[in-house]
Design a protein around this ligand. Structure first.
Ligand code: CA
Length: 250
């Protein structure tokens, strides 16, 4: 019953750095393009997920039920939308449909057939990880959806940020940086950890780029002392004195 593809499943998770995000979350990657599949499987494993990769629709339908399915809609055997429909009929796994550019009709049908979200190729690992966190949060509404720290409130579902009730428009990178810091207020988060989370699993470029985004973030939030620089290490959220109203952009 089980196909040969499932032998790949034995490979273990690597790297527990982001364990708090994933907690044994199982991902099924359904992708017939070997190059894309290999890099997705590798990247997701390095992000701490337990990953199985299969190349055909029928293997996807016989694989053990995962938490998230990353489903390429262009498969060699069964139409991806049909796979989506059948997966949805028998499990409540989150499904992210993956399509090539220009396959908008498929995307719409996949959403109608129960996919939770979709990605258009080519996409980066950072974007994929963000989408996965989002669908998982929607699927299991455990844990707070809104993180608060002093006057700051971060809605992890809608990715909306307010300071003292005032909405602050952030770029996706700025939001990701803030999300890293609010995950454990007071703890120092290293520059490398932030870069890996907000940019990509592998960032070997200059870390100066982070300072530029943090400076913009501080300016937009307008709360002195909210994001502290810990020299030689990284950043953390500072303890805020209760008192005068924050939030006026200065
Ligand atoms: Ca394909």
């Amino acid at each position: 019953m089980r196909s040969s593809a499932s032998s790949e499943r034995r490979e273990t998770r690597m790297n527990a750095q982001s364990a708090e995000v994933t907690e044994e979350t199982r991902v099924l990657v359904v992708e017939d393009d070997r190059g894309i599949a290999d890099s997705l499987v590798r990247g997701l494993r390095q992000a701490g997920y337990t990953v199985e990769g299969v190349r055909r629709g029928r293997d996807a339908l016989t694989a053990p039920t995962p938490d998230v399915v990353l489903l390429d809609l262009g498969l060699p055997d069964i139409d991806g939308v049909e796979v989506c429909r059948r997966l949805r009929a028998r499990s409540d796994a989150a499904i992210i449909a993956v399509t090539a550019r220009g396959e908008e009709a498929d995307r719409v049908v996949a959403l109608d057939e129960g996919a939770d979200d979709y990605l258009v190729k080519p996409f980066g690992l950072a974007e994929l990880l963000a989408r996965m966190r989002a669908v998982l949060r929607r699927r299991r509404p455990v844990g707070p959806e809104v993180v608060r720290h002093g006057p700051l409130a971060l809605d992890l579902r809608t990715r909306q940020v307010t300071v003292g009730g005032r909405t602050v428009a952030l770029t996706p990178k700025e939001f990701s940086i803030l999300e890293c810091l609010t995950a454990d207020p007071g703890r120092v988060v290293s520059r490398q950890q932030i870069l890996e989370r907000a940019w990509d699993a592998h960032w070997y470029g200059p870390t100066k780029v982070l300072d530029v985004h943090v400076a913009a973030l501080r300016r937009k939030l307008g709360v002195p002392g909210l994001i502290e620089t810990v020299y030689g290490h990284g950043f953390r959220l500072g303890e805020l004195q209760p008192g005068p109203q924050h939030g006026a952009p200065s």
